[in-house]
Design a protein around this ligand. Structure first.
Ligand code: UD1
Ligand code: CA
Length: 460
């Protein structure tokens, strides 16, 4: 992206106490991904020489959750302020590279705004990303005189007039490594919060008569941070809205855009239609003319052309072929692979099974650890008994097998192609000829039988 090499510093050592959570703030999720992963993605899109991440060693889970060896992890033992955090990181960046500082709790910054910041650096010693807002509360204010930046004043230290300044600082800046180190070594904690403010470097740059430029973010919402769960929920709404707009513009029909959630990445073909209340998670691929019915939840799955997922169906880690009809109320679990033109109906659960083309399981069934051939028809209420309490066993069903309603298949078991299993059969042995299989259960009758009557208590 840039000719000059860049080091990115991400500050993520803050305590995050206002989240009132037992795990670190930056590991809370936005659109299904941790807040920090969003920031790391922005950092990587800059294509930097290195990414240095400052974190708090009391929050060890940050490093293990993100688990990214391309990042240089640096511990800030005590949270003495943003200036102290960058000073600690400065041991890892070289003098002749430019340094960009991002905040780990600000996940919506756009790469376009960062590009604007980079362009501005060509004509400055330090460039700051700022925003104009009607409500500057909580942010550092950008103090300018005759159009020139003098300093950033933190909310806590601002007087009545300074608080009225509407240009606020995002905390994101770019400066040369050598300049930055010089300024960082001058900052102190003589302020109301007794913190080492990173923002003080701007005043030192001003004292050196350096050119300081401000660049405004393209959209004010980009600088919204996460400090509590309310702010997180506001960002989630903004994030979802943006994704939804992109999907609509790329041709997906969302029948009720206000009630659609995507927590991951959706790749799609043409004429995809998604009804109200659908949640998509992880990596989802939908082919042409795929329809998803109301209330369905789909995670990490591939659904091929012209397949319809009817209402309230749950699908996780499944591959589904073309022209299938799944649901309503079906549950497809991981490691299931369905060929083309499969019908799975209501209250059917399938787990770790493969089903070949044109087979049907339409009502109230459970199939686990099974291999089902093509054109197999499975009657209502049939199940695989695949588990003995310790181990799982396989059920293998050949092509064109017909299984009557309410059949129990006690695995391991194999049924040869073209066999027919009568309704109500409990199958315990392999079927190796294409015959009719049934359990000889005699139907008995009890004459003069009277149904139990309700006890009606007499009240005297
Ligand atoms: C900071 C800026 C403020 C700006 C605002 C934008 C300072 C002094 N002020 O304030 O001008 O308007 O961001 O949101 O920088 N962190 C550490 N170590 C620390 C302290 C903080 O790594 O010792 C990290 C936090 O995890 C966070 C980031 O630095 O990701 C910002 O810290 P925070 O305390 O939230 O700064 P603000 O008060 O928001
Ligand atoms: Ca903050």
């Amino acid at each position: 992206m840039l000719k000059k090499e860049i080091n990115v510093v991400i500050l993520a050592a803050g305590k995050g106490t206002r989240m009132k959570s037992s795990y670190p703030k930056v590991l809370h999720k936005l659109g299904g991904k941790t807040i920090l992963e969003h920031v790391i993605k922005i950092a990587k899109s800059i294509k930097p020489k290195k990414i240095i991440l400052v974190y708090n060693n009391k929050e060890k889970t940050i490093e293990s959750t993100i688990n990214d060896a391309s990042i240089e992890w640096i511990v800030q033992k005590e949270q003495k302020g943003t200036g102290d955090a960058i000073l600690i990181a400065s041991k890892n960046f070289s003098d002749d590279n430019d340094v960009v500082v991002l905040y780990g709790d600000m996940p919506c910054i756009s790469i376009e705004s960062i590009k604007k910041l980079f362009n501005s650096k060509k004509k400055s010693k330090i460039s700051l990303l700022t925003a104009r807002t009607k409500n500057p509360d909580g942010y550092g204010r950008v103090l300018k005189k005759n159009g020139k930046v003098i300093k950033i004043i933190e909310e806590q230290d601002a007087n009545f007039h300074e608080k009225k300044i509407k240009e606020v600082y995002s905390g994101i800046f770019i400066a040369n490594g050598k300049d930055l180190k010089r300024w960082l070594n001058k900052i102190n904690n003589k302020n109301i919060k007794k913190e080492f403010y990173a923002t003080d470097i701007i005043y030192f740059a001003h004292l050196e008569k350096s050119t300081i430029k401000t660049v405004q973010v393209l959209n004010y919402e980009e600088i919204l941070g996460v400090n509590n769960k309310l702010q997180l929920s506001i960002l989630e709404k903004i994030f979802q809205k943006k994704q939804i707009n992109d999907l609509l513009l790329s041709g997906v029909t969302l029948k009720d855009p206000d009630h659609f959630i995507l927590r991951g990445i959706l790749k799609h073909g043409k004429n995809v239609e998604i009804d109200t209340g659908v949640i998509l998670e992880g990596n989802i691929i939908l082919g042409n003319n795929v329809k998803i019915g109301a209330g369905s939840v789909i995670k990490n799955s591939f659904i091929d052309n012209q397949t319809e997922i009817k209402e309230y169906t749950i699908i996780e880690s499944v591959k589904i072929g073309k022209k299938c009809i799944i649901g309503p109320f079906a549950h497809l679990r991981p490691k299931t692979i369905l060929d083309n033109q499969i019908h799975i109906g209501n209250f059917v659960e399938i787990k770790e099974s493969t089903i070949k083309k044109e087979s049907k399981i339409k009502h109230l069934s459970y199939f686990g650890n099974s291999e089902i051939g093509s054109q197999v028809n499975i009657g209502a209420g049939s199940i695989t008994c695949n588990y003995d309490g310790v181990n799982k066993f396989k059920t293998i069903i050949g092509d064109n097998v017909l299984i009557g309603a309410n059949t129990q298949l006690i695995a391991p078991i194999k049924i040869i192609k073209n066999a027919t299993i009568a309704a109500g059969t409990t199958l315990t042995k392999d079927v190796d000829t294409p015959c009719l299989v049934y359990n000889n259960k005699e139907q008995k009758q009890k004459k003069n039988w009277i149904r139990p009557q309700k006890n009606i208590k007499k009240i005297d």
